[in-house]
Design a binder for this molecule. Sequence first.
Ligand SMILES: Cc1ncc(COP(=O)(O)O)c(C=O)c1O
Length: 416
Amino acid sequence: MIWRPFTQEKTAPPPVKIKSGAGAYLFSESGEKYVDMISSWFVNVHGHAHPEIAAAVCDQAKTLEHVIFTKFSHDPAEKLVDGLKQILPKMLDRYFFSDNGSTSVEIAAKMAYQYFQNIGEKTRNIFLSLNGGYHGDTFGAMSLSGADSIYHSMFSPLFFKTVTIDVPEYYDGVTGIEQKENEIIEKLDRKLNEIGDRICALVVEPLLQGAFGMRLYRAQFLEKLLNKVREFGILVIFDEVMTGFHRTGKMFALEYIHSVPDFVCLSKGLTGGFLPLALTVTSEKIYDAFLSDYKKKAFLHGHSYTANPIACAAACKSLEILRRPEVINRISEISAFHKNHVFFNVAKRRSIGVVTAFDASSEEEANFITDKAWENGLFLRPLGKTVYLFPPYCVSNEDLKRTYDVINGYLGERAL
Ligand SMILES: Cc1ncc(COP(=O)(O)O)c(C=O)c1O
């Protein structure tokens, strides 16, 4: 029998068996059709079973399905790196493959720590992270995510040491945001004056904290934060596992600021949602610190499916599609759609790129709203009391409008 992720199996209803997917739609075995309004955990970019990606996967499977990525390299991996080099900042020039979002962050954290070990700054063993971050479910990723989350609190006695800072939450109608941001930076400054030389890296989900509840903060804050930590020689890790590939309206959230992080973690949308693949991208400066006559100074880390050729082929095709003018155009249209539509009587409305969210009055209400959506053929999944839309780029305006109408149909009637 199957044991499902993130599921209290005692109380959860049995799973709905999905037979096929096409575009934004999922089709169940019993003949129902659902719009996948959360891109199946943020991975699906161009819609389900995209024929061009499916063909690329099929061709690659017939040519080379997998090969150990130490002695060997292959075209799909090299082509993918070439493609990404054209859209990531030039100074991020070293690409380390793995196979899921959590490991891409683990790798960045391990590299940051080992970088300082290798250059002789041996006391830098603390990480800095944002309150409410989510970086995955492996131990390193959990430590970086902080102990507060329902997903991770059970394991907190086993975490390595992190310092977390508050997030100046941004939403429609928020007041005094600049003051809140400055207060957080001032508090951080005091902390860094105490222990700044013990911290090896800051890790953030840039601008949008996903799994915590689609929480937004401003680019101005992120820029200030980076400037502050850099004063203390701290490295910066951007976890773009969820924000990458145009979710925030730009190819990467890092494009909203001027500073360039030392590491960028990519996964989820990387293959268009077809196959597990991840990358930790860093600079020549970091890479150079691992070059030595001593094997121990190398980055001795890897996964069996590192740079799987079929996954790389899917990623190359997904990237090619993503750069087409009509796709970029559609992303702008979805962003504009969110800007021009509102959910009634809700708290903390917020949107960035194709993502929009609001807070219901309680977790129960968020569940009620998403259940209502489900009855209307719309698949949404709340995060605590947050209801959010995170559609694939092929979603139609009709389906978006129907989603707003169904949710507003309930919200318009209920008292706050
Ligand atoms: C920002 C972020 N980082 C890391 C992860 C972990 O990715 P994975 O589930 O592929 O391990 C997630 C997953 O939701 C995420 O949203």
